[in-house]
Design a protein around this ligand. Structure first.
Ligand code: COA
Length: 372
């Protein structure tokens, strides 16, 4: 056991959107669309749009509100896209800025001088630009040393990066590695799509992974990690730099997130539960050893079923805390937000699991134990 999670940090935008506000905006759009195309709809040449509902969202997902970078632009029926003004090169870029906010909190909590950080990994489901790497901008802004790079594993971005950080420490390339996971999900969310408009929210998290010799009080030892990927088109975002080569399809809805939610639900539950159970057997861990599961926050029903398979009984909120109701799905940040809010009450020796899952498919498990 070489590495620990020394501390975590969290940033959220100041404003949040309730289901009622979101549905009011969506349904105003539907009404307008159906009125505009009434003749075509009546002639059967176009399909009428169906309204969204608060009751459906809460029952199907467990989400009640989500933080949003630009509430006004996202809800404005004339726009339904967050307003994110382009910044000059001299100014810090938005994703680096929110990463630095989360990172400063993690560093402060660990009592760590930023200059002692030897590597920065920025890992998230959508990167603002291909280069220069956001991680290098974060490294520069904090005054960290060493090196930085970006990576993307969709909703498993944070857990995959924690394993990378652990490997960096184990190999001796750095002793203190800062992982930042800025998830500005409303930027790739289609607020005009009834199937997905309610799912995502914005947040950034930071995880300070360090050599066990540097562990501050309250640190969590990383006992073991396990990553798994299985290709699937069921959660997909085709936005990319090659899109400009085909003007006819550049702005199609598949350039934002699309998913076959029901298929994802059915396929991901067994994939994740089996991965966890196999890894527990490898590490000689019994269900009763697992004091808490900090699961990816995509759907409360999915989490209930995964936790039940892993623990062998229905998990309480204490055993598998949910933050989905407040934050929505924040992609890679979800399991870390659950960990951030719900780890301080555990005692030395308690074991738990941080687990993410999502597009790819990808799934990442980080088994941890509270240090003495
Ligand atoms: N408001 C009201 N009704 C809606 C709706 C909305 N916003 N969206 C869909 N519906 C309707 C559908 O049209 C369907 O109607 P029908 O039965 O008449 O055909 C019905 O509700 C059920 O739709 P379905 O898509 O099957 O719902 P669901 O129970 O599967 O819930 C998700 C949808 C997306 C919440 C759920 O599938 C899910 O969370 N899946 C996992 C997704 C996931 O984890 N993704 C990972 C991302 S990291």
């Amino acid at each position: 056991m070489t590495a620990v999670i020394s501390a975590t940090g969290l940033w959220t935008p100041p404003n949040s959107i309730t289901n009622t506000e979101l549905v009011a905006s969506f349904n105003a759009y539907v009404e307008r669309y159906n009125a505009e195309y009434a003749t075509e709809i009546a002639a059967g040449a176009r399909q009428a749009l169906q309204p969204s509902s608060v009751a459906f969202i809460e029952k199907a997902s467990g989400i009640k509100h989500r933080y949003a970078l630009d509430k006004e632009g996202s809800l404005d029926v004339n726009r339904m896209v967050p307003r994110i003004p382009q910044r000059p090169h001299e100014q810090i870029s938005l994703m680096a800025e929110v990463s630095v906010k989360a990172a400063k909190q993690a560093l402060e909590r660990a009592g760590r001088d930023p200059a002692d950080v030897g590597a920065v990994i920025c890992s998230c489901s959508s990167l603002q630009r291909p280069y220069p790497a956001l991680a290098i901008e974060v490294q520069n802004e904090l005054g960290a040393s060493g090196f930085g790079y970006d990576m993307n594993v969709a909703c498993s971005s944070a857990t995959f990066a924690i394993q990378n950080a652990t490997d960096i420490i184990r190999a001796g390339h750095a002793r203190s590695v800062l992982v930042v996971n800025p998830e500005l999900c409303t930027g790739h969310l289609n607020f005009r799509d009834r199937d997905t408009h309610f799912i995502f929210g914005d947040a950034a998290v930071a995880i300070l992974v360090e050599h066990v010799d540097m562990a501050p009080p309250g640190a969590w030892t990383i006992l073991g990690t396990r990553l798994k990927t299985v290709f699937s088109n069921n959660i997909r975002n085709d936005f990319g730099f090659l899109n400009r080569g085909d003007e006819a399809h550049r702005d199609d809805p598949d350039k934002l997130i699309t998913q076959q939610g029901r298929k994802v639900f059915k396929e991901v539950i067994p994939l994740v539960a089996e991965m966890i159970i196999e890894q527990m057997a490898t590490m000689d861990l019994k269900p009763s050893d697992m004091r808490r599961l900090w699961l990816h926050q995509a759907n409360s029903n999915m989490n209930r079923l995964i936790a039940e398979r892993v623990l062998g009984h229905e998990a309480s909120q204490d055993e598998a805390p949910t933050v989905l109701d407040v934050y929505g799905n924040t992609a890679g940040a979800g399991s870390i937000i659950a960990f951030h809010h719900h780890n301080a009450d555990l005692k030395a020796g308690d074991k738990g699991l941080i687990c993410s899952f999502g597009a790819g498919y990808s799934a990442g498990s980080i088994f941890v134990q509270k240090a003495g």
